[in-house]
Ligand binder design. Structure first.
Ligand SMILES: *Cc1c(COP(=O)(O)O)cnc(C)c1O
Length: 367
């Protein structure tokens, strides 16, 4: 492959010396779970997102699961309550709902943003609706002012799935600070990626933060006192130390991604390819650069033969997966058609101009 989809090795190579210093600090500390590195990272990430609390957990899925679970423990939700969620998302978002025996109500996205349509979300509200779970898909902040307004008028909780949007903001307000809580993933390929699994919840609600912390630690606030039937889901000291290194340069990396996006947007001018849109410079952190084309499979094959690696996010929407075979046939046609047309072009903060030129040239030559 002349142009790889994502060169994680190159991204992380830039941090090698600082990683080694951070890892050495952890190794020499003799303390590997629930120590100073996690505490420091939680403080720094909360401050970065503009919230009071951050709770490190094992991964992004757990961040979402444990937040909904905490709301159940706190009496704000009960089994069977409805959660409005975009149909067009990675399946983890839906699993967080079904794992808690809540009911996902799948709502079509807006065709231009790929994110939850506020108009359709409001139409989906019933007397059982308790939560809206917007996803900042591909790194583009969802329409949060509108979504928060709907939530306020109907008395709903808002949980952001911010797993693809570290650092995205709108009107100066960051992903992770809009809703009642937000779930982040630090999976290696995310904009803020660890060298293993990791996740976090951000919130301004102290009681919620404490409950999530307890649930992820065997239901315990205090050693050997177990309030809840908890699980083991904790961010570890090593990942926290490495994430602290990368957090310092997250904004710079996001600018690098936007610069790649700008070049694609300026120079890809193939009439059969639909480019992504966004409304404010800082709203989008381009976790992925996703184009749409009615001849998607041909385009992907052609790019592959020309040495440009692409991926599809995602080939099959959650409601069509075997995991949800029991769901009745649902009319979610826009989501289904989006899934047949989307293609993610190479995107990373370290892409060379040469690689970029290569992608632009090849994409423009497709017909
Ligand atoms: C990555 C991702 C998750 C899950 O994160 P993990 O750390 O892999 O568990 C959830 N939602 C979305 C939208 C994601 O992209």
């Amino acid at each position: 492959m002349k142009v790889p989809f994502l060169d994680l090795k190159a991204i992380n190579a830039a941090y090698r010396e600082e990683f080694i210093a951070a890892a050495t600090r952890v190794i020499d500390s003799g303390w590997y779970i629930q120590g100073q590195e996690v505490q420091a990272f939680e403080r720094e990430f909360a401050e970065y997102c503009g919230v009071k609390y951050c709770v490190g957990v094992g991964n992004g899925l757990d961040a979402l699961i444990l937040t909904l679970r905490a709301w159940k423990e706190l009496g704000k939700l009960k089994e069977g309550d409805e959660v409005i969620v975009p149909a067009n998302t990675y399946i983890a978002t839906i699993f967080a709902i079904t794992e808690n025996r809540l009911t996902p109500v799948l709502v079509e996205p807006d065709e231009n943003t790929y994110n939850l349509s506020p108009v359709l979300a409001e139409k989906a509200v019933t007397s059982k609706t308790k939560v809206i779970l917007p996803v900042h898909l591909y790194g583009r902040l969802a329409e949060m002012p509108e979504i928060m307004d709907i939530a306020k008028r109907h008395g709903l909780l808002v949980l952001e799935d911010a797993a693809q949007a570290h650092g995205a903001s709108f009107q100066g307000k960051k992903a992770g600070s809009w809703g009642d809580a937000a779930g982040f993933s630090f999976y290696p390929g995310k904009n803020l990626g660890a060298l293993g699994d990791g996740g976090a919840v951000t919130t301004n609600d102290e009681e919620l933060a404490n409950t999530i912390r307890a649930l992820g630690n065997y239901g315990s606030h205090k050693k050997y006192e177990n309030l809840y039937k908890g699980v083991n889901s904790r961010l570890d000291e090593m990942q926290a130390a490495l994430l602290r290194v990368k957090l310092k340069r997250l904004d710079q990396e996001n600018i690098g991604r936007r610069n790649v996006a700008k070049i694609y947007l300026e120079r890809i001018n193939n009439p059969i390819i639909v480019l992504p849109a966004w409304k404010a410079y800082e709203q989008h952190v381009f976790h992925l650069f996703v184009v749409r084309c009615s001849k998607r499979d041909e385009l992907q094959k052609y790019l592959n033969e020309s040495g440009v690696q692409t991926l599809i996010h995602y080939p099959l929407p959650p409601h069509k997966q075997q995991a949800f075979v029991e769901w009745p046939n649902q009319n979610i046609l826009l989501t289904e058609s989006i899934h047949t047309e989307v293609l993610s072009l190479p995107m990373s903060p370290v892409m060379s101009l040469e690689s970029l030129n290569e992608v632009v040239e090849v994409v423009n030559a497709f017909s």
